[in-house]
Ligand binder design. Structure first.
Ligand code: MG
Length: 166
């Protein structure tokens, strides 16, 4: 088995959608970014790429590439999963923490788990999403933006994974 870690942060901005884990969350502010700025999907993508030592999201999907403008970040995640599978690994489980002062994300966690799980090709029971505030401290506490941290476990394709394929 191998494990990878991912981190991402985005700044809040007016006139943007707030998309986290593939779920559009109603809020006065969205997140600035070249793609849909889904910091949760980006952190999970980096965790998957990290687990198989295949670089990072910026190397595979550079913001300089117009293909990724306003991109659905779950599609980037699906591509990262395909890269991991091509390297001989299946996704085991994923755990995410989102650090965000507002809005409250708890009610959206079940939908985020479902959307992420579908992109990862695993069951929602293997995808954990937890939301934390930053207790009012620092740039997150003052609502400048939010951050997401993720870990992903991968295992060599074979055994159950191979049976599922066949
Ligand atoms: Mg990002």
């Amino acid at each position: 088995m191998r494990i990878g870690i991912g981190y991402d942060s985005h700044r809040f901005a007016p006139g943007r959608r707030l998309v986290l884990g593939g779920v559009e969350v109603p809020h006065a502010l969205g997140l600035a970014g070249h793609s849909d700025a889904d910091a949760v999907a980006h952190a999970v993508t980096d965790a998957v790429l990290g687990a198989v030592a295949l670089g990072d999201i910026g190397a595979h999907f550079p913001p300089s590439d117009e293909r990724w403008r306003d991109a659905d970040s779950l599609e980037l995640l699906r591509q990262a999963v395909a890269l991991a599978q091509a390297a001989g690994y299946a996704i085991g489980n994923v755990d995410v923490t989102v650090v965000c002062e507002a809005p409250r994300l708890g009610p959206h966690v079940p939908a985020m788990r479902e959307r992420l799980a579908a992109a990862l090709g695993i069951g929602a029971g293997a995808v954990s999403v937890k939301a934390k505030s930053n207790e009012g401290m620092g740039w997150i506490g003052q609502g400048e933006g939010l951050a997401a941290l993720a870990v992903a476990l991968v295992q060599p394709l074979g055994g159950e994974a191979r049976q599922a394929e066949g």
